[in-house]
Write a protein that binds this ligand. Structure first.
Ligand SMILES: Cc1cc2nc3c(=O)[nH]c(=O)nc-3n(C[C@H](O)[C@H](O)[C@H](O)COP(=O)(O)O)c2cc1C
Length: 369
C-alpha cells in the first residue's frame, strides 16, 4: 500500500529533509512561537517554527537599537531550540520587515532547516544575499502565498534571476490568523477559499516542477484545525499543512497564559477583521483595546524604528508591534491577540504531545471512513 492509501499521515519531503509528520507549526510573531513551542513540535517529528517578527521586543535595548536586538534574540532562540531537539526547526521572517536581510542572514548562519517567507512577495532569495560560504548551507526557502498568481510571480522571477526556484510553498487561505494577504472583500468570497486556491497553486507549481525536475511540495494553511481537516487537504493534493491557531492552546506555546485564555474564552463572533496599520487586514479576537481604537481612541506611542516597511505609523492610532508585545506578555488591556477563524474551537490548554495524539487519531479516523 502506498502512503497515500495508508490511514497514516504521509511523510513530507522538502528536498533532502524528511519530515515524519506533514505538519508545519506556523510562525506566530511577536513572541507567540519561539524556541519552546518550536522545539516541542520538532521533537514530535513535525516542523517547529520560530517567528522572527518583533522577536527583539523583550531585549533591553530594543527601543534604541532594534536591529541588533532582533538579531541577538533570533540567534538566541534558534540556539535554544537546537539545544532542546535535533528535530526540524524553521524560522518565519516577514518580507515586509525593515531588517529582512539581517534576520535572514542570522537564520542562515545558524543553519536552520527552513526559512518561511511571509507577508509580502519574496522576489529576493535570501540565500543570494549571503556570502558564498553560507550559500552551501542547505537551508530551504519556502514562500507563503495567498494566490496562484503570487506563486507564479515569485517562481517565475526566481527561475529567471537565479535559475532555481523555492523548495516548497505554503498557500495561506483567508481563514488564517494574523495579517492576511487578501483585500477585506475577498475574505468571505467563495472564490478565495483555500479549497479553491489550493488546486490553482498546485497547477502553477507543477510547471516549475517539470522545468526544474524536482518535487516542490505545496503546504495548505488557514483554518486547518482537526486531523479530519488535515486528511481532507491531503486528499485535495496538499503535501502537508501549516497550522498556527491550534498550537496557541498548548502549554508549550510561548505566549502568557492570559493570551491562551483569550483563545479558550472567545466565541465565534469575537473573531473579527481589523485594519492593521501595516496596510493589510488582520484577524484578531475582539476586545476592549480593539473597540477603543474602532471608536476613534488613540493609544499614544513613539516609533523610533519602522519595523515593517509598509507601516503608516504617522497616521496610526496605535503601534501594532507594541500592542502585540503587550498581548504576548498577558497585558490584554493594552493590546490584542491575533487568531485564526477557528480559535473559538479551543476549549482547553493541552500539551503539544496530546495535541499530536489527537490529530493523528482524528486523521486515521477520517481516513478509515
Ligand atoms: C497569533 C498569530 C501570529 C501570527 N504571526 C505570523 C507571522 O509573524 N508571520 C507569518 O507569516 N504568519 C503569521 N501568522 C499566520 C500563521 O503562521 C498561519 O499561517 C495561519 O495562522 C494558519 O492558519 P490557522 O491559524 O487557522 O492554522 C500568525 C498567526 C497567528 C494566529
Amino acid at each position: 500500500m502506498n502512503e497515500m492509501n495508508s490511514k497514516k499521515m504521509p511523510r513530507l519531503k522538502i528536498g533532502d529533509l524528511e519530515i515524519k509528520i506533514p505538519i508545519v507549526q506556523g510562525g506566530m510573531g511577536v513572541g507567540i512561537s519561539l524556541s519552546r513551542l518550536a522545539s516541542a513540535v520538532a521533537k514530535i517529528g513535525a516542523i517547529g517554527v520560530i517567528a522572527a517578527a518583533g522577536i527583539g521586543m523583550l531585549e533591553p535595548d530594543f527601543s534604541t537599537n532594534f536591529k541588533e536586538a532582533n538579531k541577538r534574540a533570533l540567534r538566541k532562540e534558534i540556539r535554544k531550540a537546537k539545544e532542546m531537539t535535533n528535530g526540524i526547526i524553521g524560522v518565519n521572517i516577514m518580507v515586509a520587515s525593515s531588517d529582512f536581510n539581517e534576520l535572514s542572514l542570522v537564520a542562515i548562519e545558524e543553519g536552520v532547516d527552513l526559512i518561511f517567507l511571509g507577508a509580502g512577495l519574496p522576489l529576493n532569495d535570501p540565500k543570494t544575499l549571503v556570502l558564498d560560504r553560507l550559500r552551501k548551507i542547505p537551508t530551504k526557502v519556502v514562500p507563503i502565498v495567498s494566490s496562484a498568481k503570487a506563486a507564479n510571480i515569485i517562481f517565475k522571477y526566481w527561475a529567471r534571476h537565479y535559475n532555481h526556484v523555492p523548495d516548497a510553498v505554503v498557500v495561506e487561505g483567508p481563514l488564517a490568523g494574523g495579517h492576511l494577504g487578501y483585500k477585506k472583500e475577498q475574505i468571505n468570497d467563495p472564490n478565495y477559499k483555500l479549497e479553491k486556491i489550493l488546486p490553482e497553486v498546485i497547477s502553477v507549481i507543477k510547471t516549475f516542477e517539470q522545468q526544474f525536475n524536482k518535487n516542490i511540495p505545496v503546504i495548505a494553511a488557514g483554518g486547518i484545525y482537526s486531523g479530519k481537516n488535515i486528511y481532507e487537504f491531503i486528499q485535495m493534493g496538499a503535501d502537508g499543512v501549516q497550522m498556527a491557531t491550534r498550537f496557541v492552546g498548548t502549554y508549550e506555546c510561548d505566549a502568557d497564559v492570559k493570551f491562551k485564555e483569550a483563545y479558550v474564552e472567545c466565541k465565534k463572533e469575537d473573531l473579527i477583521l481589523i485594519d492593521s496599520p501595516v496596510g493589510l487586514p488582520g484577524r484578531a479576537i475582539r476586545n476592549k483595546f480593539i473597540d477603543d481604537v474602532s471608536a476613534g481612541m488613540k493609544k499614544p506611542f513613539k516609533c523610533s524604528w519602522q519595523c515593517l516597511k509598509s507601516c503608516d505609523f504617522k497616521n496610526s492610532p496605535y503601534c501594532i508591534a507594541l500592542a502585540l508585545t503587550n498581548a504576548k506578555k498577558g497585558n490584554m488591556d493594552e493590546g490584542f491577540a491575533f487568531a485564526g477563524a477557528n480559535a473559538y474551537k479551543t476549549d482547553k490548554i493541552i500539551s503539544v504531545k496530546e495535541l499530536f495524539e489527537t490529530l493523528l487519531l482524528e486523521y486515521e479516523k477520517a481516513a478509515s471512513i
